[in-house]
Ligand binder design. Structure first.
Ligand SMILES: Cc1cc2nc3c(=O)[nH]c(=O)nc-3n(C[C@H](O)[C@H](O)[C@H](O)COP(=O)(O)OP(=O)(O)OC[C@H]3O[C@@H](n4cnc5c(N)ncnc54)[C@H](O)[C@@H]3O)c2cc1C
Length: 601
């Protein structure tokens, strides 16, 4: 029997463990359970396609294809119109293929801070408890303290096969001038307030390190794990219960790619694990009768467990990108590949080393100075004093240097572009996602909640971020001015107004003085532009001990038996990092918990 299929073989009507969703965390869990017992029958059910050897997935430089609206490897969750965002309906992409987000993401390697895990305040989930799982997942080929890194895990973390050295060094000297030193290892949990040449989830062979390719496919290929099976292109509708005990799931072939639309079911002898991501998992739970009774009753679903926090507490990081003209050469950005001047097919045939590049060579975690905090006003200062002042481990802003124009290339002249990507570490705003009806075809009711915090402090964070990234970029030797269409539209004559500069800036560069009118223009721009960082989380949070949880410290769904959630929906509070590392760590810890509970070790 094949191990990966689109139709469930009759022989598999009953298995030991079912994973609903085959994304980042799910592949880690399935792989580790198979290692613990190769004969344990494990069935992953993934709504999207197999990712094995798909060129746009395995070659890092082709990651933009996962963001195209036509991508069959991506799920797009659309929000309702949000008044505080100029009534925009935000679209939040999420992994939609085997390997989930790890198969389509931008491969930035980044880890939460020590105080992030500690702030969750859940027994067994502090930073000290999580470090073994941060280590276990990686083969780390970067600098920094060996005590917090792993050197024999499935995911290689390296520089990849390509780096634009000139812009890397240029950015580091510019950041230094603005007050942010180079830090050896921002992923070591205890370091902050500086910049670092970025590391990536890219192997030394230049290939993406997604969890399906590293935890699942090699095991299937080896033939030594007969119990490990994957059903792709198949959507999980709901968990089936006998009383309060989860005994299986109901699923249907994904109608986007399969012609048979009949619902079927499969029985789980031991455990059902929902790992459909922070935007998918609450929907599966609610369709199964677990959630807020008001929402379930409105959708016509009988209540199995009254858990009002399912689908609440939605968080992301709020992202804005600011592009700049640059004097870089063709081989120092990805613009030629993205715009089609460099043919991707030829590059693959020639095995070009640029394919092993995600074009993000710098990562940074930054905090404002005391004077900058004061200048942002009393509401910001109050928040700062409560949440950051005495915890120097927390960055306000995360940034990356991006070597390409981040939108439709036809909007700008042919050339090479540098872009600041800035996102805030711990937004105060919260959103939610819920079912609007009983079935898979009912569009979810989704609100990102971005910038919905009471005192507009999340916008003030981005006001500071705009000014800070601008000062760094103005000091780059290759800086040639702002790309006007993706910067605030300042009034003519404002010192902040920018545009193309033939020779960049020289001499003693001083900071721009922004007027109150400039600040208002920036804030309005931010409202109009803010978008997702694709870091959805928090919708099924850990926390029975606080009475606001959906899962307990062992990831068991509260109020039922035989059902766990294990993905990025479980963190109760945010991490100041790109989130793949945390999702993988959750998968590793979940596997450990399950191996012990099932008596496999
Ligand atoms: C475009 C993008 C760029 C990103 N860039 C980075 C980066 O550079 N660095 C970084 O660290 N992080 C990045 N992230 C974030 C990171 O990849 C995610 O946080 C992480 O992958 C989430 O893992 P997960 O296991 O919680 O969910 P996912 O990996 O999203 O897995 C959920 C899976 O469930 C499946 N599913 C959903 N509903 C159903 C259903 N009803 N039935 C069956 N299957 C279902 C989905 O198809 C998906 O495969 C990025 C994410 C995206 C989307």
């Amino acid at each position: 029997m094949a191990a990966i299929f689109q139709t469930l073989p009759n022989a598999l009507s009953e298995v030991d463990v079912i994973l609903a969703g085959g994304g980042t965390a799910a592949c880690v869990i399935a792989g580790r359970l198979a290692e613990a017992d190769p004969n344990l029958s494990i069935l992953i059910i993934e709504q999207g396609p197999n990712n094995l050897q798909v060129p746009t997935i395995v070659h890092p430089a082709l990651f933009m294809s996962g963001l195209l609206p036509t991508s069959n490897a991506t799920l797009f969750y659309q929000s309702a119109p949000e008044p505080q965002l100029n009534n925009r309906e935000l679209v939040v992409p999420s992994g939609g293929t085997l390997g989930g987000g790890s198969s389509i993401n931008l491969m930035m390697y980044s880890r939460g801070q020590r105080s992030d895990f500690d702030s969750w305040n859940i027994p067994g989930w502090s930073a000290d408890h999580m470090i073994p799982y941060l280590k276990k997942q990686e083969t780390y080929l970067g600098p920094g303290p060996q005590s917090v890194h792993g050197y024999d895990g499935p995911l290689t973390v390296s520089e990849g096969t390509y780096r634009a050295n000139r812009s890397t060094r240029d950015f580091i000297q510019a950041a230094e001038q603005v007050g942010y030193p180079e830090i050896e290892d921002l992923a070591a949990l205890d370091y902050n307030n500086g910049v670092q040449p970025a590391l990536h989830y890219i192997g030394q062979d230049g290939l993406r390190q997604d969890t399906a390719s590293r935890y699942i496919h090699p095991k299937i290929k080896s033939g030594k794990y007969p119990g490990l099976k994957v059903l792709v292109d198949t959507e999980v509708n709901r968990v089936i219960f006998e009383g309060k005990k989860a005994i299986g799931v109901e699923f249907r072939p994904n109608p986007k790619v399969q012609s048979n639309h009949h619902y079927s079911s499969v029985t789980a002898r031991k455990l059902v694990i929902i790992a459909s991501g922070a935007l998918g998992t609450p929907l599966v739970l609610e369709r199964s009768g677990i959630g807020n009774p008001d929402i379930l009753e409105k959708a016509g679903i009988p209540v199995i467990s009254d858990l009002p926090h399912v689908g609440e507490n939605y968080q992301d990081h709020h992202l804005i990108t600011y592009p700049y003209y640059s004097s870089l050469g063709e081989n120092e950005t990805l613009d030629a590949l993205i715009s089609g001047r460099l043919d991707a097919g030829e590059a693959i045939q020639e095995n070009a080393s640029i394919l092993g590049w995600n074009a993000q060579d710098i990562t940074g975690k930054l905090r404002p100075s005391n004077a900058e905090v004061e200048a942002l006003g009393p509401a910001f200062e109050e928040m700062w004093n409560a949440e950051y002042k005495n915890n120097t481990n927390r960055p306000l802003l995360l940034t990356a240097l991006v070597n390409f124009f981040p939108a439709d290339p036809s909007l700008v002249p042919v050339g090479q572009y540098l872009t600041a990507s800035v996102f805030t570490g711990y937004p105060l705003s919260r959103g939610s996602i819920h079912i609007s009806g009983p079935g898979l075809d009912d569009k979810p009711a989704f609100t990102t909640g971005f910038f919905s915090d009471a005192n507009d402090v999340d916008i003030l964070k981005h006001l500071w971020a705009y000014k800070k990234q601008c000062e760094i970029f103005r000091r780059l030797k290759t800086y040639r001015g702002e790309v006007e269409i993706l910067h605030p539209r300042f009034a003519p004559g404002s010192r902040a107004a920018g545009g193309y500069l033939e020779h960049g800036l020289s001499g003693n560069i001083t900071n721009i003085d922004y007027t109150p009118e400039d600040d208002e223009i920036i804030k309005q721009w931010i409202r109009e532009q803010v978008g997702t960082t694709w870091h959805s989380m928090g919708t099924c949070r850990l926390g029975s001990c606080r009475g606001d949880g959906v899962v307990d410290q062992n990831l068991s769904v509260i109020g039922v038996e035989g059902l766990k959630v294990a993905d990025l929906s479980i963190p109760p509070l945010n991490v100041a990092a790109n989130t793949m590392n945390t999702a993988v760590a959750i998968g590793e810890k979940a596997a450990d918990i399950i191996v012990k509970e099932l008596g496999l070790s």
